[in-house]
Design a protein around this ligand. Structure first.
Ligand code: 2P0
Length: 400
């Protein structure tokens, strides 16, 4: 059966994901193949997302890409790899459909515009959402229906996990060609509705060591990283999958914190050492442990990526109290009305007993704001043509 002609302008959105078993280190730089499997939670796009429009036309003379309104160098090897991969899949797809004539659209050049609804500099995983969105949008425009892990992964390793909603594992695979290094959904976004996520944005500074260079240095110099990949991660993947399936928050939270800590330990074990956490990150870590000790159980868990921002997991019955604890420990500077973004949180009064256990010296302004969110779905195609980021001339529309 002949497939419908794909539309020539498509706009899609894709989510941010946060790893609870971290990816850090490649066994193949070119193909972006990891030294260990990883597992992430997809965050809801109501709060954090990338939006991408792709258009193909016989009138375009070259491939062009704009990110947040600024034209990017199309020669970037990772962009090139994504474009090459998607066109390769499109060629395969069309030759299995009717055997000979390639669709004209494959010879057309593509224009792509992408924006994030959150500050790239905030250190949130913008490249994962961005490259997942690119892969998904290009697939729609070229009529590709295959699995897209490889296309997204070639852009940024963690991007393949943003192709699915809910809870997602990236299986490291064994094959040298990487065909089995793919992302798979472990559980859908509806699986654990009580699970909530707070992003504590502590710094908008650009990070010192990029992830790609950082993990390269760790692979070259850290014996701990090798040990982690071989002796720790396989069992941890199995165990955290069980915790997710059984909605065991205690187990999930403890493993999440341990894995974040081990990732940052491998950074310190890298030579010269890499440090992504700052004083505020460490204060948050201690605050979480004191809060859990007060309750006599793991009610809240932290994880940190290649930057100082904390991502907190908790359940809906604990969100209000923990946000009050963060406010108490890191009082907002200024009016404080923009301190909390996203899902609503009710104000609560903290007991004197809890305040005494926390025993914090308030550190005003160290947490700049909180994004309150939850687990969310994978990439989506938008129907409304008004939402296209490219105009009829194939150039980015002026920002509203
Ligand atoms: C992760 N991070 O699993 C880990 C945890 C950061 C810390 O994946 O070189 O941008 O593009 O494959 O995916 C960040 O690294 O690196 C990352 P590349 P990527 O989310």
């Amino acid at each position: 059966m002949a497939s419908e002609k794909p539309p020539v302008v498509v706009t899609c959105t894709a989510p941010v994901n946060i790893a609870v078993v971290k990816y850090w280190g490649k066994r193949d730089e070119e193909l972006v193949l990891p030294i260990n499997s990883s597992l992430s939670v997809t965050l809801h796009q109501d709060q954090l997302k990338a939006t991408t429009t792709a258009a193909i036309s016989k009138d375009f003379t070259e491939d062009r890409v704009w990110l947040n309104g600024t034209e990017e160098d199309i020669g970037l090897p990772r962009l090139q790899a994504c474009l090459r991969e998607i066109r390769c899949l499109a060629r395969k797809h069309s030759s299995t459909e009717d055997g000979n004539s390639l669709p004209l659209s494959l010879s057309y050049k593509v224009h792509v515009a992408s924006v994030n609804n959150f500050p790239t500099a905030a250190g949130l995983a913008s490249s994962a959402a961005g490259y997942a969105c690119l892969a998904y949008t290009l697939a729609q425009v070229y009529g590709v229906e295959s699995e897209l892990s490889e296309v997204a992964r070639r852009g940024s390793g963690s991007a393949c996990r943003s192709l699915y909603g809910g809870f997602v594992e990236w299986q490291m695979g064994e094959r040298p060609d990487g065909k089995d290094s793919v992302a798979r959904q472990v559980a859908p976004e509806s699986h654990w509705p009580e699970l909530r996520v707070l992003v504590l944005v502590v710094s908008a500074e650009k990070k010192q060591t990029g992830s790609t260079a950082g993990m390269q240095a760790s692979v070259e110099t850290s014996a701990l990283l090798r040990f982690r990949a071989e002796a720790v991660v396989p069992a941890r993947m199995a165990e955290i999958t069980r915790c997710i399936r059984e909605r065991d928050f205690q187990g999930f939270g403890q493993l999440t914190m341990k894995d974040s800590n081990q990732f940052h330990a491998t950074c310190l074990d890298t030579f010269p050492p890499i440090s992504y956490l700052n004083d505020t990150s460490r204060r948050i870590i201690h605050l979480v442990h004191r809060f859990n000790a007060h309750h006599g159980q793991t009610k809240v868990a932290y994880t940190f990526d290649a930057g100082p921002n904390a991502v907190i997991f908790t359940l809906d019955d604990t969100v209000d109290e923990f946000v009050a604890v963060v406010r108490h420990s890191f009082p907002p500077e200024g009016a404080g009305d923009k301190f909390l973004k996203g899902l609503p949180v009710k104000p609560v009064l903290l007991s004197n007993e809890l305040k005494a256990t926390l025993a914090v010296d308030p550190s005003p302004g160290s947490v700049r704001y909180i994004i309150s969110t939850q687990v969310g779905p994978g990439p989506q195609m938008l129907d409304d043509p008004h939402l296209h980021l490219l105009g009829a001339d194939g150039l980015p529309k002026p920002a509203a």
